[in-house]
Write a protein that binds this ligand. Structure first.
Ligand code: MLT
Length: 261
């Protein structure tokens, strides 16, 4: 694979902790956590291929798959001289983390799964992705904003932190249409990662928002009951964007996990 340069926010020294954003965001959603946790670890928050300022995957958008994101990440980390990392994946970032755990297990020191799930899409879910890809082709990122922004946060967040909602709207609108379409195809085609969960042997932390309307709560139970020794931290008054809605509780959970590694 040709070397792919990923744009990233980076801070701190010590254990490398890679923070993977979800769909359709970029590494900037982790900025506050990078500053908080940069005292404890070497924080790295890349823009995934096709998002933020990182170049697209090399394949046609419609051939994109989770393995390509995971391999690009592994290749980029190796090129930076990092051969073992703690990997945190939020939502689609979690889907990439499952592919990474499958394909590069020797590079994993720990896993943090944030508001994500192991299962693949249902047939209806897949159809929805293809329809959304067609809408993005026509209207760009606005099509995803219209569908997702009303569901991203806990109800209280919309009332109490409207500036956060606007900040995330801007991040989503900033994403390139080909990058979004590639991610939609990759998510639609991703395999069921549930059978591989029992093979994850590194320390694992599962973080969820108690009011997540995108990834329902029972999904975390599947992760926790299949990954041996994993720990679940549900965060109150948070929806899908726990790291931004309750940054302190999120940071505390990650710090405690890092200290025990
Ligand atoms: C995400 O936040 O990454 C997406 O909502 C995940 C998905 O659509 O499955």
């Amino acid at each position: 694979m040709a070397h792919h340069r990923l744009n990233a926010i980076e801070q701190g020294k010590g254990t490398p902790l890679v923070l993977l954003h979800g769909f359709p965001f970029d590494g900037s959603i982790w900025r506050d956590q990078v500053e908080r946790l940069g005292q404890d670890a070497h924080l790295i928050a890349p823009d995934m291929p096709g998002f933020g300022q990182s170049a697209d995957l090399e394949d046609e958008s419609k051939n994109a798959n989770m393995d390509a994101y995971a391999d690009t990440l592994a290749d980029w980390l190796n090129a930076k001289g990092l051969d073992k990392v703690v990997l945190a994946g939020h939502s689609m970032g979690g889907y990439v983390a499952f592919a990474f755990a499958r394909r590069h297990p020797e590079m994993l020191q720990g896993l943090i799964l944030v508001s994500t799930k192991a299962g693949s899409d249902t047939e209806a879910g897949r159809e929805g992705r293809y329809k959304q890809a067609a809408a993005v082709e026509e209207r760009g990122a606005q099509a995803v904003v219209d569908a997702m922004l009303p569901k991203l946060f806990a109800p209280a967040t919309y009332n109490d932190k409207p500036e956060l909602v606007e900040q995330i709207r801007a991040v989503m609108l900033n994403q390139d249409r080909q990058g979004i379409i590639a991610a939609l195809y990759a998510m639609a085609g991703r395999p069921d990662s549930t059978p591989g969960l029992s093979e994850i042997t590194v320390p694992t932390l599962v973080i969820t928002g108690a009011e997540d309307a995108i990834i329902p709560a029972p999904e975390a139970e599947i992760l926790v009951s299949n990954i041996k020794g994993s720990k679940h931290v549900p965060i109150e008054a948070a929806g899908h964007m726990t790291m931004l809605e309750q940054p302190e509780a999120f940071g505390d959970a990650v710090s405690a996990f890092l200290r025990k590694l």
